[in-house]
Design a protein around this ligand. Sequence first.
Ligand code: UD1
Length: 364
Amino acid sequence: MKLTIVAGARPNFMKIAPIIKVIEEQQGKGRDLEYRLVHTGQHYDPNLSESFFKDLGIPLPHINLDVKSGSQAEQTAAIMMGFERDLRDNPTDLVMVVGDVNSTMACTIVAKKAGVQVAHVEAGIRSGDMSMPEEINRIVTDSLTDYFFTTSKYANQNLKHVGIGDDQIFFVGNVMIDTLLQHQSNFTPPKIWHSLDLSAKSYLVMTLHRPSNVDQELQLKDLIAAIIENSRNHPIIFPVHPRTRKVLERLDINYPNLHYVEPLGYFEFNYLVQHAVGVLTDSGGITEETTVLHIPCITLRENTERPETCEIGTNRLVGHNKKLLSRALDDLLNGSWPTGEIPELWDGFAANRIVNHLISLYLR
Ligand code: UD1
């Protein structure tokens, strides 16, 4: 069978890595499973893209569509035009998309209009928040997908709720966790670990990149001030996403315990997370990783598409509520945070299950 795998932005790369690894193992056993990797180029900074390919041992893409940035419509349209050409020149049996970024949705639309089947990895998750571009991407992608590979019971329920048949839903677990567990022994301290003489459980890690947190200057300034006020002077290491950097460049936000760094590689970022006293974030993927690493995580969003990270994991939503934020940081720094449990099938073998399903669907 011929499979085309699409990846475009940073959170996609750790999801495709374990799938490609298992496909290559199957090829080694003589399976007729060919793949073509398409990088849309949605993320193009070396530390958002190249470094992940290198660290995670992802083979070079067969093509990079090189679409770069733009408005939502511009970026989506550029991906669609590029992918349509590539798909025309390289016929395939199945297009596999992962996650919820613009590349996920754009390539799904193109594939279905070209009459090609689509498999969606991390299908079915929903925040219910239509102000997030990712929620729109999830809904559109899942309305066209043929095979849904899911990470949680909630995702299965969401899909069944809109009439997707049991025979199309494959509860396989979480490929991001495959990558986390496979590479845990490679985690390595970043420069800042040495330059600040950091030690385990003595600092916080923060990431912010959602438009709802970073696109409005005053709100971002207020949010950072509230975090600093409740941080009890713990160093806060803040790898700054390019979207956030653009806003921060216009502001002058400086605190002695706030340390800006460039976006980190996978091994360095997760070393910091694994040894932190806690994490503050507006990412979804990081809440999955902190859950598995048993690191307290405060999510600076009003909602989550990953409710299991709050219910049984280590995540707590505080939204934009300063009181909730202050209480959460108190609990975290007082050491009264649940260690949490690991959701079902987040065990490091999700990619094997996905590839086994592909073999059953296409090669038997
Ligand atoms: C995208 C995803 C988001 C994901 C995030 C992870 C969508 C709608 N959003 O958001 O779900 O959580 O990636 O990082 O797909 N930029 C650079 N270099 C790059 C990429 C972007 O400088 O390599 C700048 C661009 O100028 C752009 C801004 O960052 O304006 C945002 O990039 P964009 O790809 O639009 O979305 P993200 O915020 O990265």
